[in-house]
Design a protein around this ligand. Structure first.
Ligand code: FES
Ligand SMILES: [Fe+2]
Length: 378
C-alpha cells in the first residue's frame, strides 16, 4: 500500500503518510546522458534495481542488455564488445548486442546439438532522445536471463517540447539519497522555495506571499494551468530581462511515473524542460533535467549563466534531500497538508489508481474529477 496510513476525520487535519517506494514498471526511464555512452565501451546502469549493460554498435545505435550472463551470471559489463556482439568475460559466450540472442558458445564441439540461438541474454528496448539514453523497463520485469526477447514498448519515449527549431539544450543530473517518492514530491512542492532557494540576489524569506493556482487532470497526471509566473519565481525574473512581463505564461505538467514538463513562453522566447526522477533502487533516485530554450542564445555566456543558475537550484534541492534522508532513516510518520501538499497527495493517489487499474484490468480512476484551485503562501 502506498500512502494513507490512517486519515483523521477532522476536515482540516493533516493526512498521515508512510511511503513504501513502490517502483512503477512498464515505463521508459532515463538511463544515462547520451554523451557518456561511447563506441567500443560497455557501461553499467541500474534502473529500478535492474542491472543493465549499455553500449553502442559501430553505427552508434545504442543497446541495453541485462547485466548478468545467462550462463553463470557474470555481469556482461566485464566483457567486451566486438562489432555488434557482446562477449562474456567468463567463458566467452557471445550475444547479439541488440536482440540479446546467443551467437556462439566456444566450448561446444561440432557434434554437440545445443541450440545456441534459443538462448537470450535479455535485451531492453532503448532510444537516444534529447541527450539521454532511455530504456523501457517492462512490466512484469523479464524473468531474468534465459530465453526472453525485448518487449516492444506500448508507449512512445517521452520528449522535451520545443516551439521552434533554433534553440539550445542543457542538461543536469544529480543523485539523491531518497526514494523516488521523496524525489518526486520534493520536485512538486511549492512551499520549500522561500527556505531552500533563498539568496540575497534572488529572494528572501520576506518575499513570501499568497498564491492561487489552477490545476486540471491529465490522463496520467495533472497540469498546473497556464498562468503568469509569480513575481518572485525564477522564470519570471529571468524572462523579465527579455520580454514584457504580462506576456509570460507558464504551464507545468506532472505525468506518471516520474515526469515533470514545464513550458514558459514570452512572446517569441520560450523555455521548456523535462525533469525526471528515476528510481535507481528502492531508496536512491536520480534527478535529470533537460531544458530547451531560445532565450540567452545570443548573449555571450548566456547559456552558461542559465546552466549555472539551474545547477544551483538542483544542488540546493539535492542537499536538502540528503539532509532529509537522515531523518527518514528512522521511518517517521509524515504529514501532507492542504493545499501546499495537495499535488503530493495527487501523486500518491495517481500511483495507487494506476496500480489498482493494472491489478483489476479496469480503467484507471483518476483522483481528480474536475479542475481545482489551490492556495498557499510561498
Ligand atoms: S558466465 Fe558468461 S559465459 Fe559463462
Ligand atoms: Fe526545489
Amino acid at each position: 500500500m502506498i500512502g494513507l496510513d490512517g486519515v483523521s476525520g477532522e476536515p482540516n487535519s493533516p493526512d498521515r503518510h508512510r511511503l513504501d517506494s513502490l517502483m512503477l514498471f512498464g515505463f521508459w526511464y532515463r538511463a544515462m546522458p547520451s554523451g557518456e555512452l561511447v563506441s567500443n565501451r560497455l557501461a553499467k546502469a541500474l534502473l529500478l534495481e535492474t542491472p543493465l549493460v549499455l553500449g553502442r554498435d559501430r553505427g552508434g545505435k545504442p543497446f541495453a542488455l541485462h547485466d548478468a550472463c545467462p550462463h553463470r551470471g557474470m555481469p556482461l559489463s566485464y566483457g567486451r564488445l566486438e562489432d555488434s556482439e557482446v562477449e562474456c568475460s567468463y567463458h566467452g559466450w557471445r550475444f547479439d548486442a541488440h536482440s540479446g540472442q546467443c551467437r556462439l558458445i566456444p566450448s561446444l564441439t561440432s557434434d554437440q546439438p545445443l541450440k545456441v540461438d534459443r538462448i537470450y541474454a535479455g535485451s531492453y528496448t532503448c532510444r537516444d532522445q534529447d541527450g539521454y539514453i532511455w530504456v523501457f523497463i517492462p512490466d512484469p520485469p523479464p524473468p531474468g536471463a534465459g530465453f526472453t526477447k525485448a518487449v516492444e514498448p506500448p508507449i512512445p519515449v517521452p520528449c522535451v517540447l520545443t516551439f521552434g527549431d533554433k534553440f539550445k539544450t542543457a542538461h543536469l543530473t544529480a543523485d539523491l539519497p531518497a526514494s523516488v517518492d521523496h524525489g518526486i514530491i520534493g520536485l512538486m512542492d511549492p512551499a520549500h522555495g522561500p527556505f531552500v532557494h533563498r539568496a540575497w540576489w534572488w529572494r528572501t524569506g520576506h518575499s513570501i506571499h499568497e498564491k492561487q493556482k489552477n490545476f486540471e487532470p491529465l490522463p496520467m497526471g495533472f497540469r498546473m494551468s497556464a498562468h503568469t509566473p509569480s513575481s518572485n519565481s525564477a522564470p519570471y525574473k529571468l524572462l523579465r530581462l527579455y520580454a514584457d512581463a504580462d506576456a509570460i505564461t507558464t504551464t507545468i505538467d506532472f505525468v506518471l511515473p516520474n515526469q515533470r514538463y514545464e513550458s514558459i513562453r514570452a512572446g517569441r522566447y520560450w523555455f521548456t524542460s523535462l525533469t525526471t526522477v528515476t528510481p535507481v533502487t528502492r531508496d536512491r533516485c536520480r534527478i535529470d533535467v533537460v531544458a530547451n530554450y531560445n532565450i540567452f542564445r545570443w548573449l555571450p555566456f548566456g547559456p552558461e549563466l542559465l546552466k549555472a543558475f539551474f545547477a544551483r537550484f538542483v544542488e540546493q534541492d539535492r542537499l536538502t534531500m540528503e539532509r532529509q534522508s537522515e531523518g527518514l532513516r528512522h521511518e517517521p510518520h509524515l504529514m501532507l497538508i492542504d493545499d501546499a501538499d495537495r499535488p503530493a497527495k495527487w501523486y500518491f493517489q495517481l500511483k495507487e489508481a494506476y496500480l489498482e487499474a493494472k491489478r483489476t484490468g479496469t480503467a484507471m480512476r483518476h483522483p481528480m474529477t474536475s479542475p481545482v484551485r489551490l492556495q498557499w503562501r510561498s
